[in-house]
Design a protein around this ligand. Structure first.
Ligand SMILES: Nc1ncnc2c1ncn2[C@@H]1O[C@H](COP(=O)(O)OP(=O)(O)OP(=O)(O)O)[C@@H](O)[C@H]1O
Ligand SMILES: [Mg+2]
Length: 346
């Protein structure tokens, strides 16, 4: 396999860390390509565990406890952060997916177990997760697709700005897990990271099946969520709405799409929960909702209406700032419409 230029795949304005590690990891990079060329199983560096001699051997046998599983996931993640090369390979994870997206699988998705995932670097570092660009392709064939991999950070690697309010009502299975979450132990923090990945996957799955404009959810694995890459075939990510200066016609068109999406979510009883011009991508004129782990249930969440009002106010302000008449982008009217769809009395 020939060496690729990862930068080819990274958009400039979406890539604050575009030179991440390329120089310092250069040597490792060669090693990885060599290993691959030699026919050694191309297990990704980020999936490979390095064990030092003085580290105790694992004691547990048989089924792994939740705790052991969480610890392993965290160790893998730490290896990724410490040692992960900017460009790496791994066999496709399609086989061992904790969960897969809904069937029928989209035509563009590579589901061949002989596929190899190639990582082209970070698309964007966020407060709670990093988003990577992955190419899944079958060697020696034309079959390939691009995926976005969102990896929730755990332990000290992230800021928990969303956890407090949103997680409170949700029940953890065991009281020990609840205590770990409440006390923010490493174990608890990793569970929270996994929980966010699972929750966002479930949200994407439900909304995708409802026909909402969201990326197709491909898989989730521990703290990682793989989804459809929203962008061009050359790996240029779609811009966020906040980056655009649409002309009046485009603005009206995007507003229309936004209201339709909000109404569709409302009909399922939801509001986004963190809606803003930063969590909307625009690809070839189509609005795509992203960043959905905190999807808010308007019926069961006592603060649901408050979240809906905040979502609506924030996004209306953006549209009005860009020139849409305030009589059109009217938050009161939109909130009433969504609540009506959700069957919640106003
Ligand atoms: N499916 C996707 N296709 C293309 N780009 C994506 C995709 N998902 C996320 N991104 C890019 O990664 C960024 C961060 O994603 P997301 O908002 O889901 O994570 P986050 O951790 O909440 O980030 P932030 O703290 O910046 O909100 C997005 O703004 C977008 O630019
Ligand atoms: Mg976001």
């Amino acid at each position: 396999m020939r060496k690729r230029n990862p930068r080819r795949y990274l958009s400039t304005d979406n890539n604050p860390t575009s030179d991440h590690g390329s120089a310092e990891h250069g040597g490792d990079d060669e090693l990885w390509y060599d290993a691959f060329d030699d026919g050694v199983a191309p297990v990704s560096a980020r999936m490979r565990r390095r064990r030092s001699d003085d580290e105790p051997a694992p004691r547990a046998r048989g089924r792994m406890t939740e705790e052991a599983r969480a610890r392993l996931a965290k160790e893998r993640e730490d290896v990724a952060i410490a040692d992960g090369p900017p460009t790496g390979y791994r066999w496709t994870t399609w086989d061992d997916a904790g969960s897969r997206g809904p069937e029928p699988y989209p035509d563009w998705l590579v589901t061949d177990l002989a596929a190899v995932d190639t990582e082209f670097g970070i698309l964007k570092t966020g407060k709670e997760a990093d988003v990577f660009l992955i190419e899944r392709g079958v060697p020696d064939t034309e079959a390939r697709c691009l995926l976005a991999s969102k990896r929730y950070r755990s332990a000290d690697h992230r800021l928990f700005h969303r956890d407090a309010g949103y997680l409170e009502g949700r029940r953890a299975r065991k009281s020990r897990e609840q205590r770990a979450i409440a006390n923010r132990t490493d174990f608890g923090r990793n569970l929270i990271a996994q929980q966010w990945a699972i929750t966002e996957f479930a949200a994407l799955l439900e909304l995708w099946e409802a026909g909402a404009p969201v990326p197709y959810p491909v898989q989730h694995l521990g703290t990682e969520l793989l989804m459809e890459f929203v962008g061009d075939e050359d790996g240029t990510a779609a811009p966020r709405l906040a980056q655009l200066r649409p002309d009046p016609d485009q603005l009206a068109e995007l507003w229309q799409q936004l209201v339709e999406a909000m109404v569709l979510l409302g009909r399922r009883g939801y509001t986004h929960g963190d809606l803003s011009a930063y969590n909307l991508l625009v690809h070839q004129g189509e609005l795509v909702l992203i960043d959905l782990p905190q999807l808010v249930d308007l019926v069961t969440n006592p603060q649901g209406r408050g979240f809906l009002e905040r979502d609506t106010r924030r996004i209306c302000e953006w549209f009005v700032d860009r020139g849409l008449p305030a009589t059109v982008a009217d938050p009161v009217e939109v909130v009433a419409m969504v609540l009506d769809e959700a069957g919640v009395s106003t």
